[in-house]
Design a protein around this ligand. Structure first.
Ligand SMILES: [Ca+2]
Length: 507
């Protein structure tokens, strides 16, 4: 009996506890909001839409519950964390909104300013009209909303673009009619002799050559190369084919077609001797040409005394061929930039706004900021240019600080312009950057990119491109270049350069 009585009392206690627990559940909402997002991002920095959209996920308090749904929400936004926690929604309080919307609820409060911090929380009402607890607060910060908020200048290192290797040469052809308009669709042969001083050791020799339509080139009787593109000169390495004394360049050109059409040959040979001495040879009226020839015409000892003098049709760039691209050696070393600045007071908040084109990595006091790679995102730079916002409050220290930047090409600086297809390029890599320091005492300081920044293109990344890869020369590593106190005396001063073509700023 004692046993049975104990069991009854236990059952009654369990029933009582169960009812009590159920009562608690019934008094609270079946849902609560989690995973707060602003513009799809978790605690984002640098939002630049005037009315950011807020989203949350509804999580059931009890996973076993079915039919739970949101019937209302309330969003509160405040300018400080403690304010939102106390319900002082000084930016926006939506009040209770009867709605099942939990995705992309548009901010509808006070107008938000550049760089402003926003803290927010949300609560929801469930299918029974019960309110959830407030979510833990989330945060977003605004970006730079107006062009005049940008105080940094565009800086970088612009160089002379493109190859001028073709300049100074001329189109030539066999003297017949008007070859630039209509030459027979036949072969023509060309030869030129040139001397290299006795005992010359050739360090390098390149032959740039273009023909309308197809050429085969020989140096001293040996095949140097062939090609068939009159818009892009071929580049042939002929160093191994040259000798001191007399040399002969021989070229066969075939004008392709079924009817007369333009024909021409254009070439330039550049020779650099081991002594550093340079010599060059271009196509001109001293070349010899013929329509018909016997075998051995390409050999150095062939006598071309009976051939005719070539006719100069006009300089490189003439119609109908127009501008000729040289070989596309557009490999460009990464730019390293640095600027030291002093922080003398306690920092409450520090924000970096950065646009480094094509791609960039930001450093503060020797450490990379953030985990972005290939940043900022690719755009059509003629239309818009992205910037990135980082909270760098904890990267700063009292005393001397250093901001550093590595600038790569991305697709801002195209690695090639015409081969295998026409490619747009926008200029040399460039940077616009500013750090906003907000001190505890309420004062502010801006460290902005300008012509006092230091720059070098002599760092370890000697070439970079997402297709061609990166060339890294560890012998050129720069050590503590992104830390204060680094000796940048051998660096150059950054140039103030033109803004990128696109004027549209978005994160
Ligand atoms: Ca032709």
């Amino acid at each position: 009996m004692a046993c049975a009585g104990a069991r009854w009392r236990l059952r009654r206690a369990v029933r009582f506890l169960g009812v009590w627990a159920l009562g608690v559940v019934c008094a609270a909402a079946s849902l609560h909001p989690v995973q707060l997002r602003c513009e799809h991002l978790e605690d984002p920095a640098g939002i630049d839409v005037a009315e950011p959209r807020l989203s949350w996920v509804l999580e059931p308090v009890d996973p076993a519950v079915r039919g739970a749904r949101q019937t209302g929400y309330q969003v509160q936004v405040a300018s400080a964390a403690d304010r939102v926690a106390n319900g002082q929604a000084d930016c926006w309080d939506s009040g209770r909104v009867a709605s099942d919307q939990s995705v992309l609820v548009r901010y509808a409060g006070q107008r938000l300013g550049s760089g402003q911090e926003c803290y927010w929380r949300v609560r929801v009402w469930d299918e029974r009209g019960e309110a959830s607890d407030w979510s833990p607060p989330a945060r977003w910060t605004m970006g730079l909303l107006r062009a005049e908020d940008w105080r940094g200048a565009w800086i970088g290192k612009d160089e002379t673009a493109g190859s001028t290797a073709i300049a100074g040469t001329s189109w030539i052809w066999y003297p017949e009619g008007d070859p630039a308009t209509a030459a027979p669709a036949e072969e023509r042969f060309f030869r030129q002799r040139f001397e290299l001083a006795k005992d010359t050791t050739v360090r390098s020799a390149r032959l740039l050559i273009a023909a309308d339509n197809e050429f085969v080139a020989y140096v001293n009787g040996r095949l140097a190369g062939q090609g068939g593109n009159f818009k892009v000169a071929a580049e042939l390495d002929v160093a191994g084919l040259l000798a001191s004394g007399t040399n002969v360049l021989a070229v066969k050109v075939r004008n392709v077609g079924t009817a007369p059409n333009p024909a021409g040959l254009l070439a330039r040979l550049e020779v650099v001797a081991a002594t550093g001495e340079r010599a060059e040879l271009v196509t001109d009226e001293t070349w010899r040409t013929t329509r018909v020839t016997g075998t051995g015409w390409e050999r150095p000892d062939y006598n071309h005394g009976g051939w005719q003098r070539a006719r100069v049709l006009g300089p490189a760039g003439m119609a109908p061929w127009g501008e000729i691209s040289g070989p596309e050696d557009r490999r460009l070393a990464a730019r390293y930039l640095r600027k030291e600045f002093s922080v003398e007071k306690k920092v409450r908040r520090a924000t970096a706004y950065v646009s480094g084109l094509g791609w960039s990595e930001l450093y503060l006091n020797g450490r990379k900021v953030g985990d972005h790679v290939l940043s900022p995102g690719l755009t059509d730079y003629a239309k818009r240019v992205f910037y990135v916002t980082h909270d760098v409050t904890h990267a700063l220290r009292r005393g001397n600080n250093c901001v550093g930047m590595i600038l790569g090409n991305g697709r801002f600086f195209a690695p090639r312009l015409t081969v295998p297809t026409e490619t747009r390029t926008f200029g040399f890599p460039k940077l616009r950057c500013q750090l906003h320091l907000q001190y505890v005492d309420g004062t502010e300081q801006v460290v902005a990119s300008d012509g006092t920044w230091r720059l070098t293109a002599q760092g370890p990344i000697t070439a970079n491109n997402e297709y061609d890869g990166e060339e890294y020369d560890a012998r050129r590593e720069l050590g503590t270049w992104a830390e204060p106190g680094f000796d940048d005396g051998a660096w150059e001063t950054a140039q103030t350069v033109a803004a990128p073509p696109g004027g549209w700023w978005r994160r």
